[in-house]
Design a protein around this ligand. Structure first.
Ligand code: FAD
Length: 446
Protein backbone atom coordinates (compact mmCIF):
# COMPACT_ATOMS: atom_id res chain seq x y z
CA UNK A 1 0.00 0.00 0.00
CA UNK A 2 1.43 3.40 -0.99
CA UNK A 3 0.78 5.90 1.80
CA UNK A 4 1.32 9.61 1.19
CA UNK A 5 1.18 12.65 3.46
CA UNK A 6 -0.34 15.87 2.27
CA UNK A 7 1.18 18.71 4.24
CA UNK A 8 -1.38 21.55 4.44
CA UNK A 9 -0.03 25.06 4.84
CA UNK A 10 -1.62 27.97 2.95
CA UNK A 11 -3.95 25.78 0.88
CA UNK A 12 -6.76 25.02 3.33
CA UNK A 13 -9.23 23.53 0.85
CA UNK A 14 -10.19 20.26 -0.81
CA UNK A 15 -11.20 21.57 -4.22
CA UNK A 16 -8.77 22.77 -6.86
CA UNK A 17 -5.80 21.88 -4.66
CA UNK A 18 -2.91 20.81 -6.89
CA UNK A 19 -0.61 18.84 -4.56
CA UNK A 20 -3.53 17.24 -2.75
CA UNK A 21 -5.14 16.12 -6.02
CA UNK A 22 -1.83 14.63 -7.14
CA UNK A 23 -1.39 12.79 -3.86
CA UNK A 24 -4.89 11.32 -4.02
CA UNK A 25 -4.34 10.24 -7.63
CA UNK A 26 -0.95 8.63 -6.98
CA UNK A 27 -1.27 6.97 -3.55
CA UNK A 28 -3.55 4.32 -2.08
CA UNK A 29 -4.13 6.45 1.00
CA UNK A 30 -3.43 10.08 1.81
CA UNK A 31 -3.00 11.32 5.36
CA UNK A 32 -3.58 15.08 5.61
CA UNK A 33 -1.44 16.87 8.18
CA UNK A 34 -1.25 20.41 9.52
CA UNK A 35 1.69 21.33 11.77
CA UNK A 36 1.50 24.48 13.90
CA UNK A 37 4.92 26.07 13.52
CA UNK A 38 6.18 27.81 16.68
CA UNK A 39 8.64 29.85 14.59
CA UNK A 40 5.74 31.49 12.74
CA UNK A 41 3.47 31.70 15.77
CA UNK A 42 6.05 33.51 17.90
CA UNK A 43 7.33 35.83 15.16
CA UNK A 44 6.73 39.49 16.07
CA UNK A 45 4.86 40.12 12.81
CA UNK A 46 2.30 37.37 13.42
CA UNK A 47 -0.94 38.86 14.73
CA UNK A 48 -4.00 37.43 16.46
CA UNK A 49 -6.47 38.31 13.64
CA UNK A 50 -4.93 36.09 10.98
CA UNK A 51 -4.26 33.28 13.46
CA UNK A 52 -7.90 33.44 14.63
CA UNK A 53 -9.12 33.35 11.03
CA UNK A 54 -6.78 30.45 10.26
CA UNK A 55 -8.12 28.43 13.22
CA UNK A 56 -11.65 28.87 11.91
CA UNK A 57 -10.54 27.77 8.44
CA UNK A 58 -8.85 24.73 9.99
CA UNK A 59 -11.99 23.81 11.96
CA UNK A 60 -13.92 23.91 8.72
CA UNK A 61 -11.24 21.96 6.85
CA UNK A 62 -11.25 19.27 9.54
CA UNK A 63 -15.02 18.80 9.07
CA UNK A 64 -14.76 18.80 5.29
CA UNK A 65 -12.02 16.17 5.38
CA UNK A 66 -14.11 14.01 7.67
CA UNK A 67 -17.08 14.33 5.32
CA UNK A 68 -14.77 13.32 2.44
CA UNK A 69 -13.70 10.15 4.26
CA UNK A 70 -10.43 11.27 5.84
CA UNK A 71 -9.02 12.53 9.12
CA UNK A 72 -6.92 15.67 9.50
CA UNK A 73 -3.92 15.28 11.80
CA UNK A 74 -2.85 18.30 13.85
CA UNK A 75 0.62 18.54 15.33
CA UNK A 76 2.46 21.34 17.09
CA UNK A 77 6.22 21.83 17.25
CA UNK A 78 9.45 22.12 15.35
CA UNK A 79 8.52 21.30 11.77
CA UNK A 80 11.46 19.03 11.04
CA UNK A 81 10.96 17.03 14.23
CA UNK A 82 7.19 16.67 13.81
CA UNK A 83 7.46 15.81 10.13
CA UNK A 84 10.06 13.19 10.84
CA UNK A 85 7.81 11.65 13.54
CA UNK A 86 4.71 11.64 11.34
CA UNK A 87 6.58 10.09 8.41
CA UNK A 88 7.88 7.28 10.65
CA UNK A 89 4.55 6.72 12.45
CA UNK A 90 2.68 6.30 9.16
CA UNK A 91 5.27 4.48 7.04
CA UNK A 92 4.48 7.08 4.37
CA UNK A 93 6.63 6.81 1.28
CA UNK A 94 5.64 10.11 -0.29
CA UNK A 95 5.18 13.69 0.84
CA UNK A 96 3.12 16.24 -1.11
CA UNK A 97 2.82 19.97 -0.57
CA UNK A 98 2.12 23.18 -2.47
CA UNK A 99 5.00 25.58 -2.91
CA UNK A 100 5.38 28.79 -0.92
CA UNK A 101 7.39 31.82 -2.05
CA UNK A 102 8.32 33.53 1.23
CA UNK A 103 11.98 33.43 2.32
CA UNK A 104 11.35 31.57 5.61
CA UNK A 105 9.03 29.03 3.98
CA UNK A 106 11.52 28.32 1.21
CA UNK A 107 14.25 27.58 3.73
CA UNK A 108 11.94 25.45 5.87
CA UNK A 109 10.67 23.48 2.88
CA UNK A 110 14.19 22.79 1.64
CA UNK A 111 15.07 21.39 5.09
CA UNK A 112 11.97 19.20 5.19
CA UNK A 113 12.60 17.97 1.68
CA UNK A 114 16.14 16.95 2.61
CA UNK A 115 14.89 15.19 5.71
CA UNK A 116 12.18 13.31 3.81
CA UNK A 117 14.60 12.17 1.14
CA UNK A 118 17.03 10.98 3.80
CA UNK A 119 14.22 8.76 5.09
CA UNK A 120 13.63 7.38 1.60
CA UNK A 121 10.42 9.38 1.13
CA UNK A 122 9.61 10.83 -2.32
CA UNK A 123 8.84 14.55 -2.26
CA UNK A 124 6.38 16.20 -4.64
CA UNK A 125 5.84 19.94 -4.46
CA UNK A 126 3.35 21.69 -6.73
CA UNK A 127 2.47 25.12 -8.05
CA UNK A 128 -0.83 26.11 -6.48
CA UNK A 129 -0.99 29.47 -4.72
CA UNK A 130 -0.32 31.39 -7.93
CA UNK A 131 -1.49 30.95 -11.51
CA UNK A 132 2.05 31.42 -12.85
CA UNK A 133 5.27 30.92 -10.90
CA UNK A 134 8.31 33.22 -10.76
CA UNK A 135 10.40 31.11 -13.11
CA UNK A 136 7.60 31.07 -15.70
CA UNK A 137 7.46 34.83 -16.23
CA UNK A 138 10.80 36.36 -17.06
CA UNK A 139 11.95 38.76 -19.76
CA UNK A 140 13.65 37.58 -22.94
CA UNK A 141 17.04 37.99 -21.20
CA UNK A 142 15.90 35.68 -18.38
CA UNK A 143 15.65 38.53 -15.85
CA UNK A 144 12.51 39.24 -13.80
CA UNK A 145 10.09 42.00 -14.77
CA UNK A 146 10.35 45.02 -12.50
CA UNK A 147 7.43 46.91 -14.00
CA UNK A 148 3.85 45.71 -13.63
CA UNK A 149 2.37 46.39 -17.09
CA UNK A 150 4.80 44.27 -19.15
CA UNK A 151 4.67 41.63 -16.40
CA UNK A 152 0.88 41.48 -16.66
CA UNK A 153 1.07 41.25 -20.46
CA UNK A 154 3.41 38.26 -20.22
CA UNK A 155 1.24 36.74 -17.46
CA UNK A 156 -1.87 36.92 -19.65
CA UNK A 157 -0.17 35.21 -22.59
CA UNK A 158 0.65 32.01 -20.67
CA UNK A 159 -1.89 29.16 -20.69
CA UNK A 160 -3.71 28.80 -17.38
CA UNK A 161 -3.63 25.58 -15.38
CA UNK A 162 -7.01 23.81 -15.15
CA UNK A 163 -9.34 23.97 -12.15
CA UNK A 164 -9.26 20.62 -10.31
CA UNK A 165 -12.18 18.78 -8.74
CA UNK A 166 -12.74 18.23 -5.04
CA UNK A 167 -10.94 15.18 -3.57
CA UNK A 168 -12.15 12.19 -1.55
CA UNK A 169 -10.02 10.23 0.93
CA UNK A 170 -9.57 6.48 1.34
CA UNK A 171 -8.66 4.87 4.67
CA UNK A 172 -7.86 1.28 3.77
CA UNK A 173 -7.57 -1.23 6.63
CA UNK A 174 -4.01 -1.44 7.91
CA UNK A 175 -3.50 2.31 7.43
CA UNK A 176 -1.36 3.57 10.30
CA UNK A 177 -2.83 6.90 11.32
CA UNK A 178 -0.69 9.01 13.60
CA UNK A 179 -1.86 10.63 16.82
CA UNK A 180 -3.48 14.02 16.42
CA UNK A 181 -3.76 16.90 18.85
CA UNK A 182 -7.17 18.49 19.12
CA UNK A 183 -7.42 21.77 17.20
CA UNK A 184 -5.94 24.28 19.68
CA UNK A 185 -7.76 27.39 20.84
CA UNK A 186 -6.50 30.85 19.99
CA UNK A 187 -5.57 31.38 23.63
CA UNK A 188 -3.60 28.13 23.75
CA UNK A 189 -1.51 29.48 20.89
CA UNK A 190 -0.82 32.62 22.91
CA UNK A 191 -3.20 35.05 21.20
CA UNK A 192 -6.48 36.77 21.91
CA UNK A 193 -8.76 39.01 19.88
CA UNK A 194 -12.19 40.54 20.13
CA UNK A 195 -12.67 40.91 16.39
CA UNK A 196 -15.77 39.54 14.74
CA UNK A 197 -14.26 37.55 11.91
CA UNK A 198 -15.79 37.17 8.47
CA UNK A 199 -17.14 33.70 7.60
CA UNK A 200 -14.16 31.33 7.28
CA UNK A 201 -13.53 28.11 5.41
CA UNK A 202 -13.93 26.78 1.91
CA UNK A 203 -17.71 26.98 1.71
CA UNK A 204 -17.76 30.59 2.90
CA UNK A 205 -15.11 31.42 0.31
CA UNK A 206 -17.11 29.83 -2.47
CA UNK A 207 -20.31 31.58 -1.35
CA UNK A 208 -18.48 34.88 -1.46
CA UNK A 209 -17.08 34.02 -4.91
CA UNK A 210 -20.56 33.33 -6.28
CA UNK A 211 -21.95 36.49 -4.74
CA UNK A 212 -19.09 38.60 -6.10
CA UNK A 213 -18.90 37.08 -9.60
CA UNK A 214 -22.57 37.81 -10.27
CA UNK A 215 -22.65 41.06 -8.31
CA UNK A 216 -19.86 43.53 -7.54
CA UNK A 217 -17.54 42.06 -10.24
CA UNK A 218 -19.88 43.50 -12.88
CA UNK A 219 -19.08 47.05 -11.75
CA UNK A 220 -15.66 46.44 -10.21
CA UNK A 221 -13.62 48.95 -12.25
CA UNK A 222 -16.18 51.70 -11.76
CA UNK A 223 -16.89 51.23 -8.04
CA UNK A 224 -13.87 49.54 -6.43
CA UNK A 225 -12.32 52.78 -5.16
CA UNK A 226 -15.25 53.83 -2.99
CA UNK A 227 -14.63 52.45 0.50
CA UNK A 228 -18.20 53.05 1.73
CA UNK A 229 -19.46 50.44 -0.73
CA UNK A 230 -19.15 46.65 -0.63
CA UNK A 231 -17.65 46.83 -4.10
CA UNK A 232 -14.55 44.65 -3.84
CA UNK A 233 -14.33 40.89 -3.52
CA UNK A 234 -13.02 40.51 0.07
CA UNK A 235 -11.21 37.41 -1.17
CA UNK A 236 -7.90 38.49 0.37
CA UNK A 237 -8.04 36.38 3.58
CA UNK A 238 -9.26 33.41 1.54
CA UNK A 239 -6.49 33.75 -1.02
CA UNK A 240 -4.02 34.19 1.81
CA UNK A 241 -4.94 30.96 3.58
CA UNK A 242 -5.93 29.11 0.46
CA UNK A 243 -9.62 28.51 1.17
CA UNK A 244 -9.98 29.79 -2.38
CA UNK A 245 -7.57 29.19 -5.24
CA UNK A 246 -6.59 31.94 -7.67
CA UNK A 247 -7.39 29.57 -10.59
CA UNK A 248 -10.95 29.06 -9.34
CA UNK A 249 -11.44 32.80 -8.91
CA UNK A 250 -10.10 33.51 -12.35
CA UNK A 251 -12.18 30.80 -14.02
CA UNK A 252 -15.38 32.06 -12.33
CA UNK A 253 -14.99 35.71 -13.23
CA UNK A 254 -13.83 34.92 -16.75
CA UNK A 255 -16.90 32.73 -17.28
CA UNK A 256 -19.08 35.65 -16.22
CA UNK A 257 -17.15 38.00 -18.53
CA UNK A 258 -17.74 35.67 -21.49
CA UNK A 259 -21.49 35.78 -20.94
CA UNK A 260 -21.75 39.42 -20.05
CA UNK A 261 -19.84 41.46 -22.60
CA UNK A 262 -20.54 44.89 -21.07
CA UNK A 263 -18.94 43.66 -17.83
CA UNK A 264 -15.77 42.54 -19.57
CA UNK A 265 -13.81 45.75 -18.92
CA UNK A 266 -14.88 45.78 -15.29
CA UNK A 267 -13.70 42.22 -14.79
CA UNK A 268 -10.45 42.87 -16.63
CA UNK A 269 -9.56 45.40 -13.95
CA UNK A 270 -10.31 42.82 -11.28
CA UNK A 271 -8.07 40.26 -12.99
CA UNK A 272 -5.31 42.87 -12.98
CA UNK A 273 -5.54 42.97 -9.19
CA UNK A 274 -5.03 39.22 -9.03
CA UNK A 275 -1.98 39.78 -11.22
CA UNK A 276 -0.65 42.43 -8.81
CA UNK A 277 -0.84 39.78 -6.12
CA UNK A 278 1.34 37.49 -8.23
CA UNK A 279 3.68 40.32 -9.25
CA UNK A 280 4.53 40.94 -5.59
CA UNK A 281 5.03 37.20 -4.98
CA UNK A 282 7.44 37.07 -7.88
CA UNK A 283 9.29 40.14 -6.63
CA UNK A 284 9.67 38.59 -3.18
CA UNK A 285 10.89 35.33 -4.70
CA UNK A 286 13.47 37.03 -6.96
CA UNK A 287 14.48 39.67 -4.40
CA UNK A 288 13.94 38.19 -0.91
CA UNK A 289 15.91 41.12 0.52
CA UNK A 290 12.80 43.35 0.08
CA UNK A 291 11.44 41.70 3.23
CA UNK A 292 14.05 43.63 5.23
CA UNK A 293 15.06 46.57 3.08
CA UNK A 294 14.02 48.97 0.34
CA UNK A 295 13.83 47.55 -3.18
CA UNK A 296 15.60 50.77 -4.22
CA UNK A 297 18.67 50.58 -1.97
CA UNK A 298 19.37 54.31 -2.12
CA UNK A 299 16.43 54.79 0.27
CA UNK A 300 17.73 52.43 2.94
CA UNK A 301 19.36 55.21 4.93
CA UNK A 302 16.64 57.85 4.61
CA UNK A 303 16.49 59.92 7.80
CA UNK A 304 12.90 59.18 8.84
CA UNK A 305 11.71 61.21 11.84
CA UNK A 306 10.08 58.13 13.46
CA UNK A 307 8.26 60.10 16.15
CA UNK A 308 6.67 57.60 18.59
CA UNK A 309 3.76 59.86 19.53
CA UNK A 310 2.79 60.52 15.94
CA UNK A 311 3.07 56.83 15.14
CA UNK A 312 0.79 56.00 18.11
CA UNK A 313 -1.79 58.57 16.88
CA UNK A 314 -1.73 56.95 13.43
CA UNK A 315 -2.12 53.44 14.87
CA UNK A 316 -5.04 54.48 17.04
CA UNK A 317 -6.81 56.54 14.37
CA UNK A 318 -6.52 59.96 15.99
CA UNK A 319 -4.43 61.97 13.53
CA UNK A 320 -7.16 64.56 12.93
CA UNK A 321 -7.39 63.50 9.26
CA UNK A 322 -10.77 61.75 9.08
CA UNK A 323 -10.07 59.40 6.14
CA UNK A 324 -6.80 58.25 7.75
CA UNK A 325 -8.47 57.75 11.12
CA UNK A 326 -11.41 55.90 9.56
CA UNK A 327 -9.02 53.54 7.79
CA UNK A 328 -7.00 52.79 10.91
CA UNK A 329 -10.14 52.25 12.96
CA UNK A 330 -11.52 49.94 10.27
CA UNK A 331 -8.27 47.97 10.50
CA UNK A 332 -8.28 47.86 14.30
CA UNK A 333 -11.92 46.86 14.63
CA UNK A 334 -12.40 44.53 11.64
CA UNK A 335 -8.95 43.21 10.64
CA UNK A 336 -9.40 44.47 7.08
CA UNK A 337 -9.03 47.81 5.29
CA UNK A 338 -10.16 48.94 1.87
CA UNK A 339 -7.31 49.10 -0.69
CA UNK A 340 -7.74 52.80 -1.53
CA UNK A 341 -7.59 53.61 2.17
CA UNK A 342 -4.56 51.34 2.69
CA UNK A 343 -2.78 53.49 0.10
CA UNK A 344 -3.93 56.71 1.79
CA UNK A 345 -2.88 55.71 5.32
CA UNK A 346 0.43 54.27 4.13
CA UNK A 347 1.28 57.42 2.19
CA UNK A 348 0.21 59.51 5.17
CA UNK A 349 2.45 57.61 7.60
CA UNK A 350 5.50 57.87 5.37
CA UNK A 351 5.08 61.26 3.70
CA UNK A 352 3.09 63.27 6.25
CA UNK A 353 4.38 61.77 9.48
CA UNK A 354 7.81 60.87 8.07
CA UNK A 355 7.72 57.49 9.79
CA UNK A 356 9.50 54.56 8.14
CA UNK A 357 7.31 52.34 5.99
CA UNK A 358 8.65 49.38 7.94
CA UNK A 359 6.85 50.51 11.11
CA UNK A 360 3.58 50.62 9.20
CA UNK A 361 4.27 47.34 7.47
CA UNK A 362 4.78 45.59 10.81
CA UNK A 363 1.63 47.17 12.28
CA UNK A 364 -0.44 45.98 9.31
CA UNK A 365 0.97 42.46 9.57
CA UNK A 366 -0.13 42.25 13.19
CA UNK A 367 -3.63 43.59 12.54
CA UNK A 368 -4.79 42.23 9.18
CA UNK A 369 -6.74 39.01 8.68
CA UNK A 370 -5.19 38.94 5.18
CA UNK A 371 -1.65 39.73 6.43
CA UNK A 372 0.62 38.65 3.64
CA UNK A 373 4.34 39.38 3.44
CA UNK A 374 4.51 39.77 -0.35
CA UNK A 375 1.42 41.97 -0.89
CA UNK A 376 1.89 43.97 2.29
CA UNK A 377 5.56 44.66 1.63
CA UNK A 378 4.74 45.47 -2.00
CA UNK A 379 1.92 47.83 -0.97
CA UNK A 380 4.05 49.60 1.61
CA UNK A 381 7.06 50.03 -0.64
CA UNK A 382 4.76 51.23 -3.44
CA UNK A 383 3.21 53.84 -1.14
CA UNK A 384 6.54 54.95 0.31
CA UNK A 385 8.09 55.21 -3.16
CA UNK A 386 10.91 52.80 -2.27
CA UNK A 387 9.67 49.77 -4.20
CA UNK A 388 9.67 48.36 -7.69
CA UNK A 389 7.25 50.15 -10.02
CA UNK A 390 6.33 52.29 -7.01
CA UNK A 391 4.41 55.53 -6.81
CA UNK A 392 7.09 58.18 -7.56
CA UNK A 393 8.15 59.81 -4.30
CA UNK A 394 6.97 63.24 -5.42
CA UNK A 395 3.37 62.08 -6.01
CA UNK A 396 2.01 62.52 -2.52
CA UNK A 397 -1.68 61.88 -1.82
CA UNK A 398 -3.50 64.75 -0.19
CA UNK A 399 -5.68 62.99 2.42
CA UNK A 400 -8.35 65.67 2.27
CA UNK A 401 -8.80 65.61 -1.50
CA UNK A 402 -8.64 61.80 -1.51
CA UNK A 403 -11.53 61.77 0.97
CA UNK A 404 -13.54 64.25 -1.13
CA UNK A 405 -12.98 62.17 -4.24
CA UNK A 406 -13.56 58.68 -2.88
CA UNK A 407 -15.89 59.30 0.06
CA UNK A 408 -17.73 62.39 -1.18
CA UNK A 409 -20.68 62.03 1.21
CA UNK A 410 -18.45 61.05 4.12
CA UNK A 411 -20.34 57.77 4.61
CA UNK A 412 -17.19 55.70 5.11
CA UNK A 413 -15.68 58.27 7.46
CA UNK A 414 -18.84 58.55 9.56
CA UNK A 415 -19.10 54.79 9.98
CA UNK A 416 -15.73 54.65 11.74
CA UNK A 417 -15.29 58.21 13.01
CA UNK A 418 -18.77 59.30 14.06
CA UNK A 419 -17.34 62.30 15.93
CA UNK A 420 -15.54 63.64 12.81
CA UNK A 421 -17.84 66.69 12.55
CA UNK A 422 -17.83 67.55 16.25
CA UNK A 423 -15.57 69.45 18.62
CA UNK A 424 -14.58 66.13 20.21
CA UNK A 425 -12.53 65.31 17.12
CA UNK A 426 -8.80 66.20 17.40
CA UNK A 427 -7.15 68.92 15.30
CA UNK A 428 -4.76 67.61 12.62
CA UNK A 429 -1.48 66.52 14.24
CA UNK A 430 0.50 67.85 11.28
CA UNK A 431 -0.06 70.32 8.45
CA UNK A 432 -0.15 68.38 5.18
CA UNK A 433 1.24 71.26 3.11
CA UNK A 434 4.25 71.65 5.41
CA UNK A 435 4.93 67.92 5.73
CA UNK A 436 4.68 67.39 1.99
CA UNK A 437 7.57 69.80 1.44
CA UNK A 438 9.60 68.09 4.17
CA UNK A 439 9.02 64.69 2.54
CA UNK A 440 10.09 66.02 -0.86
CA UNK A 441 13.25 67.45 0.69
CA UNK A 442 13.96 64.17 2.49
CA UNK A 443 13.65 62.06 -0.63
CA UNK A 444 15.56 64.55 -2.76
CA UNK A 445 18.67 63.91 -0.67
CA UNK A 446 18.91 60.48 -2.40
C1 FAD B 1 -0.06 49.41 2.21
C2 FAD B 1 -0.77 48.20 1.66
C3 FAD B 1 -0.71 47.01 2.35
C4 FAD B 1 -1.36 45.87 1.83
N1 FAD B 1 -1.29 44.68 2.55
C5 FAD B 1 -1.89 43.57 2.05
C6 FAD B 1 -1.82 42.34 2.76
O1 FAD B 1 -1.18 42.21 3.81
N2 FAD B 1 -2.48 41.27 2.21
C7 FAD B 1 -3.18 41.35 1.04
O2 FAD B 1 -3.76 40.36 0.62
N3 FAD B 1 -3.23 42.51 0.36
C8 FAD B 1 -2.62 43.62 0.82
N4 FAD B 1 -2.72 44.79 0.13
C9 FAD B 1 -3.37 44.80 -1.19
C10 FAD B 1 -4.87 45.15 -1.18
O3 FAD B 1 -5.11 46.29 -0.43
C11 FAD B 1 -5.73 44.01 -0.65
O4 FAD B 1 -5.40 42.80 -1.28
C12 FAD B 1 -7.22 44.28 -0.91
O5 FAD B 1 -7.62 45.49 -0.33
C13 FAD B 1 -8.04 43.14 -0.36
O6 FAD B 1 -9.40 43.37 -0.54
P1 FAD B 1 -10.25 42.55 -1.60
O7 FAD B 1 -9.99 41.10 -1.45
O8 FAD B 1 -11.65 43.02 -1.50
O9 FAD B 1 -9.59 43.04 -2.96
P2 FAD B 1 -10.09 43.10 -4.48
O10 FAD B 1 -10.03 44.52 -4.91
O11 FAD B 1 -11.39 42.40 -4.62
O12 FAD B 1 -8.96 42.34 -5.25
C14 FAD B 1 -8.97 40.93 -5.48
C15 FAD B 1 -7.72 40.29 -4.96
O13 FAD B 1 -6.59 40.78 -5.69
C16 FAD B 1 -5.48 40.91 -4.82
N5 FAD B 1 -5.10 42.32 -4.75
C17 FAD B 1 -5.90 43.39 -4.90
N6 FAD B 1 -5.17 44.53 -4.83
C18 FAD B 1 -3.91 44.16 -4.63
C19 FAD B 1 -2.69 44.88 -4.48
N7 FAD B 1 -2.63 46.21 -4.53
N8 FAD B 1 -1.56 44.17 -4.26
C20 FAD B 1 -1.58 42.83 -4.22
N9 FAD B 1 -2.70 42.09 -4.37
C21 FAD B 1 -3.85 42.75 -4.57
C22 FAD B 1 -5.91 40.42 -3.44
O14 FAD B 1 -5.55 39.06 -3.32
C23 FAD B 1 -7.42 40.58 -3.51
O15 FAD B 1 -8.12 39.70 -2.66
C24 FAD B 1 -2.06 45.96 0.61
C25 FAD B 1 -2.11 47.17 -0.07
C26 FAD B 1 -1.47 48.28 0.45
C27 FAD B 1 -1.54 49.57 -0.31
Amino acid sequence: MKVALHWFRCDLRLSDNTALSLAVAQADAVIPVFIFDPVVLTAPETGAPIVAFMLECLASLEKNIEAAGGRLIFRYGDIETEMSKVLRETDATALYYNRDYEPYARKRDATVEKLARSLGVEVHSAKDGVVHEPEEIVKADGKPYLVFTPFSRAWKLLPKPPVLPVVKFRRPSGLKEPKSLPLPTLEALGFSTELTLPPAGEKAARDRLRQFAFGAALRYASRRNFPAEDSTSRFSPHLRLGTLSPRTVLASVEAVARQNLPARKEIETFVNELIWREFYRHILWHFPQVADSCFKPQYNDLKWENDDRRFAAWCEGRTGYPIVDAGMRQLNTTGWMHNRVRMIVATFLTKDLLVSWQWGERYFMRKLIDADLASNNGGWQWSAGTGTDAQPYFRIFNPTSQALKFDPEGRYIRSYVPEADTLAYPAPIVDHAVQRLKALALFKTK
